[in-house]
Design a protein around this ligand. Structure first.
Ligand SMILES: *[C@@H]1O[C@H](CO)[C@@H](O)[C@H](O)[C@H]1NC(C)=O
Ligand SMILES: *[C@@H]1O[C@H](CO)[C@@H](O)[C@H](O)[C@H]1NC(C)=O
Ligand SMILES: *[C@@H]1O[C@H](CO)[C@@H](O)[C@H](O)[C@H]1NC(C)=O
Ligand SMILES: *[C@@H]1O[C@H](CO)[C@@H](O)[C@H](O)[C@H]1NC(C)=O
Ligand SMILES: *[C@@H]1O[C@H](CO)[C@@H](O)[C@H](O)[C@H]1NC(C)=O
Ligand SMILES: *[C@@H]1O[C@H](CO)[C@@H](O)[C@H](O)[C@H]1NC(C)=O
Ligand SMILES: *[C@@H]1O[C@H](CO)[C@@H](O)[C@H](O)[C@H]1NC(C)=O
Ligand SMILES: *[C@@H]1O[C@H](CO)[C@@H](O)[C@H](O)[C@H]1NC(C)=O
Ligand SMILES: *[C@@H]1O[C@H](CO)[C@@H](O)[C@H](O)[C@H]1NC(C)=O
Ligand SMILES: *[C@@H]1O[C@H](CO)[C@@H](O)[C@H](O)[C@H]1NC(C)=O
Ligand SMILES: *[C@@H]1O[C@H](CO)[C@@H](O)[C@H](O)[C@H]1NC(C)=O
Length: 835
């Protein structure tokens, strides 16, 4: 291969174009220098790529990288010194006498910031680096053209056409993609895309060491987990698995179309294409794209079907049932399925059911038998009692073989089209049922008769028992209701019964159960009272503690709407949200059952003189992070966008290990926005936490939640209520006081003295800064929740805060006003009056 333009060319360039900063090669006499104007740039012979110094996003650090030369917006595809940035423009990239490409941060060439570490050169040889038009930076020997090093072997977050990902078995080199930390920070991030050679090799996206998405194994044409690979005529994949290497590569049919595959900082594998006539990148595929793409979404022996008409995408494989029925009811499939009790595996009559269009489960622990036909594969699997399934393996181009799974089957899903055939081991009974389902009636006569007879007997027994219980229960029910002062009724109205039956996924609780559990809603058991109703502590007969929210009767919400909302809230699941366990409807009464959290709410801690000492800074910081994640989930990660509208310390509950859980989410949605315009005209929220535009004009958005979060953050740091007057402050509230201190440069004065040392003052002042950004007067200037999470996690520079909404004088203390029918106009008037 001859990719050297020759010394004459370089000399020519050097002599005649002395001032030109566009080079093609780097040599020992021709380094690449950074400079205040942007520095030298190396451009590939064909103008596609450029190599030089750059600063990503808002960063001030300088990095050496490769980007697209023709594209105006900076699109970096490779970074040399991603973990060793240079902090000024005195860097230069050169070649040392050992033949390494080295990067220095000043003229003192002793310790390089970064080096290629390639093997040393023979004497009288020199190394030259050249940027090829494929985006590959190659370092080779001047004379023999021996390749010493190439950037394609050390990819960062981008895979370009003709670049290999995988393991070189001779040298041990493993090439894989690693995400950046963020768009401004090319340091090693959490996500890697790499080939796992174990079992039947697969390409897997990891979050740390945990698989996040399985692009799958090579099935002869493409990777089994990514369907678009097959249908796309733009590019083709090449897979190699032999003694010398195991790798995947993709190539463009038309090399003048630019395309790249990036593992972005938030953990998505994005493949984008750019057509010459278009501006911007067109996104081709994004993975993981849907819940079913998430590794192990339905647990072991689960089957994910995104296209299922029922509301939960997880099901169990034939012959299996959910390990925990209740978790399954709450749409949590992660604990997977177990074999139905009484299954007789490894005995007479068992066999395999064929599932079509499947993404086969994780192949990292399979047994691969090359050259085995599908029939032989079945026999082989049947011979071993541990074998749970098998499938055909198209070993590289066209060769056939057999993969057999032993043990758990994890991460199985269904594709609409284009998946593989998958053969699952089931017992005799299941096989018969399955055959009957798919082909009509192939079940053996013997089984059928036995089942019919058994069925009749069981039905008869159940009916007799049920009648007896029903009679007894009606009696008790009547007795309880009369005690509880709730009008007894012969039975639930048909409409309500229907509603509850129509949604079997969320448990319906009978009113009598709740009356018993809460000791007839006794005041002793009352945990709190809020705008949406009262909350009681209760204990179910099985000992489980619950919190029952008895919604105020005047919501004006119909039964049907209520049911819809409950279904919505039930679907919101996040570790920082309180979990909904069930619901109850009885005439006008509507109740929601939540998990009970023993540590009560955050305000019991931070506003309590003695208890506040229990929360040290690291715990408070974790609480802040947890709250932020919960809100972000409501705002964007759940399937619907939910604005909480009443975030405050008393709505943040703490579990036994002090993890924060947001409560009353979905309430705002339930008591929907129409109420602002319609009859009751209520602004849901609490003085002290409400953003000015919301309190005064009723305008709410995710930014009003950000405001409340900012208030909460400042309260957590200072252990003071926002509505509290602070001695010596000219402002009537915490925000104003913090702003005052900020301008005086003594913002740490506000920190709760109970936060004993060692205290990370950098972290604390960063949090105060973020708090001030969140409570800015102008909603548009406030960061989004994802910005907040990013700012909390990273030490990037923050913009200075603008004036917060402190001139807003709050009327009453922290009283929640949502339950009172206050007209919007009155709210704004009272709010504006200074008291
Ligand atoms: C760059 O960083 C080095 C070491 O971290 C430091 O000594 C030096 O002062 C910094 N230079 C500038 C201009 O910030
Ligand atoms: C740049 O930073 C390096 C240390 O990282 C320092 O030695 C050098 O003097 C700095 N150059 C300028 C121009 O600030
Ligand atoms: C080169 O070697 C040094 C020391 O062994 C190491 O710190 C550095 O990360 C290596 N650089 C690269 C690019 O591998
Ligand atoms: C390449 O090698 C020749 C000798 O073969 C030498 O004269 C020349 O300086 C080398 N070029 C560079 C850029 O090192
Ligand atoms: C990366 O992982 C660490 C440790 O698990 C976690 O604290 C951090 O939030 C993660 N960062 C991102 C951007 O996900
Ligand atoms: C492995 O495959 C690659 C690519 O097809 C080929 O270049 C190499 O020679 C093969 N190695 C062996 C040992 O077959
Ligand atoms: C390749 O793509 C370029 C730019 O989009 C287009 O002009 C050219 O016609 C294409 N070539 C072929 C062979 O399709
Ligand atoms: C899909 O829905 C049906 C009922 O509609 C259910 O029987 C099945 O188990 C569900 N799941 C899958 C993965 O097919
Ligand atoms: C089956 O699995 C068990 C436990 O994992 C193991 O002890 C046993 O050796 C396995 N049997 C075969 C035939 O693989
Ligand atoms: C290989 O895979 C293709 C497509 O998935 C399939 O049509 C073919 O039957 C497979 N070959 C064997 C031997 O299983
Ligand atoms: C999946 O949904 C699409 C569109 O909703 C439909 O055309 C297709 O038949 C469905 N596939 C399966 C396997 O249910």
């Amino acid at each position: 291969m001859n990719f050297v333009p020759g010394i004459q060319y370089i000399l020519f360039q050097f002599l005649f174009l002395g001032l030109c900063t566009c080079l093609d090669t780097i040599s020992i006499t021709q380094p690449l220098r950074d400079g205040d104007g942007g520095g030298d740039v190396l451009v590939s012979n064909g103008d596609t790529f450029a190599l030089g110094f750059f600063s990503p996003g808002n960063s001030n650090y300088r990095y050496v990288g490769i980007w697209y030369h023709k594209i105006t917006e900076e699109t970096v595809v490779w970074v040399a010194n991603r973990d060793n940035p240079i902090n000024n423009t005195s860097g230069f990239l050169s070649i040392d006498t050992q033949g390494n490409l080295v990067l220095y941060d000043n003229n003192d060439q002793t310790v390089p910031v970064w080096s290629t570490n390639s093997s040393s050169l023979p004497t009288n040889e020199y190394a030259v680096a050249q940027l090829l038009n494929s985006g590959n930076l190659v370092l080779f020997q001047n004379e023999s053209k021996r390749l010493l090093w190439q950037s394609f072997d050390y990819p960062t977050d981008t895979m370009l056409p003709d670049m290999k990902l995988g393991i070189d078995r001779r040298t041990g080199l493993n090439r894989f993609l690693t995400s950046w930390k963020s768009a401004d920070d090319p340091r090693i991030g959490n996500y890697t895309l790499r080939i796992d050679p174990a079992g039947y090799p697969q390409l897997i996206l990891y979050d740390g060491q945990v698989p996040r998405f399985r692009a799958g194994h090579w099935n002869g044409i493409r990777l089994s987990g990514v369907l678009v690979f097959k249908m796309d005529p733009l590019y083709y994949d090449t897979y190699v698995n032999n003694e010398s290497e195991i790798s995947v590569m993709w190539s463009m049919y038309n090399i003048s179309i630019l395309s790249r595959l990036v593992v972005d900082a938030s953990g998505f594998v994005r493949r984008t294409v750019r057509y010459e006539q278009e501006r911007g990148w067109r996104e081709f595929t994004t993975s993981p794209e849907e819940p079913c793409d998430q590794y192990g979404h339905c647990g072991a022996f689960g089957l994910c079907d995104p296209n299922n008409t029922t509301e939960f995408e997880c099901a169990c494989l034939p012959g299996f049932e959910p390990k925990s029925r209740s978790e399954w009811n709450f749409r949590d499939g992660t604990h997977g399925c177990v074999r139905k009790p009484g299954s007789l595996i490894c005995s007479k009559g068992e066999g395999f059911v064929k599932l079509e269009n499947v993404k086969v489960p994780d192949t990292s622990k399979v047994v691969v038998i090359n050259g085995l036909s599908l029939e032989a594969c079945e026999k082989e699997c049947l011979r071993s009692c541990n074998c749970t399934a098998y499938a055909s393996a198209n070993i590289s181009e066209g060769g056939s073989g057999c993969i057999a799974w032993h043990g758990d089957l994890v991460d199985t899903r269904i594709f609409t089209a284009g998946g593989q055939d998958f053969y699952l081991r089931v017992d005799e009974l299941e096989l018969a049922q399955y055959a009957k389902k798919s082909k009509g009636s192939v079940a053996t006569k013997r089984i059928r008769i036995t089942m019919v007879v058994l069925g009749v007997i069981i039905f008869f027994i159940i009916t007799v028992i049920a009648c007896w219980f029903a009679k007894r229960k009606r009696k008790e029910h009547r007795k309880l209701l009369s005690n509880a002062n709730i009008t007894p009724q012969a039975s639930l109205p048909a409409e309500k019964l229907e509603e509850s039956r129509a949604r079997p996924d969320l448990p319906f609780f009978d009113i009598t159960t709740l009356i018993t559990a809460t000791d007839n809603f006794s005041v002793r058991n009352m945990l709190g009272q809020g705008g949406f109703g009262s909350v009681y502590k209760g204990q179910l007969v099985n000992g489980q503690e619950i919190a029952v929210k008895r919604l105020s009767k005047h919501s004006g919400q119909g039964m049907h709407e209520f049911m819809n909302e409950v279904t919505v809230i039930a679907k919101l699941q996040h570790r920082n949200l309180v979990r909904l366990l069930g619901y109850c409807i009885h005439e006008e009464e509507k109740m929601l059952l939540y998990e009970y959290l023993p540590n009560k709410s955050l305000d019991h801690f931070i506003f309590d003189v003695t208890k506040r000492a229990h929360l040290d800074w690291s715990r408070r910081f974790e609480i802040v992070n947890g709250i932020a994640r919960g809100i972000l989930y409501l705002h964007q990660d759940s399937r619907l966008k939910i604005i909480h509208r009443d975030l405050k310390a008393s709505n943040v509950l703490l579990d036994a290990s002090m993890n924060p859980k947001i409560s009353d989410f979905g309430m705002a949605k339930m008591f929907g926005e129409d109420q602002i315009q319609a009859n009751t005209r209520r602004v849901v929220g609490t003085y002290g936490y409400m953003a000015p535009e919301y309190a005064m004009q009723g305008l709410y958005s995710t930014k009003s939640d950000v405001f409340s979060f900012g208030v909460l953050l400042l309260e957590i740091i200072s252990s003071r209520k926002n509505t509290e007057c602070i001695n010596g402050s000219q402002f009537p509230n915490l925000i104003g006081h913090v702003w005052e201190l900020w301008n005086d440069g003594r913002v740490l004065d506000i920190v709760d003295p109970a936060l004993c040392h060692p205290l990370s003052t950098d972290e604390v002042s960063r949090c105060i800064h973020i708090g001030l950004l969140c409570v800015q007067e102008a909603a548009a200037q406030r960061p989004t929740m994802s910005d907040v999470i990013f700012m909390l996690a990273n030490e990037t520079p923050l913009p200075p805060p603008n004036t917060p909404a402190f001139t807003f004088h709050y009327a009453d203390s922290s009283k929640s006003i949502s339950g009172e029918a206050v007209s919007l106009n009155r709210v704004s008037i009272t709010a504006l009056e200074a008291r």
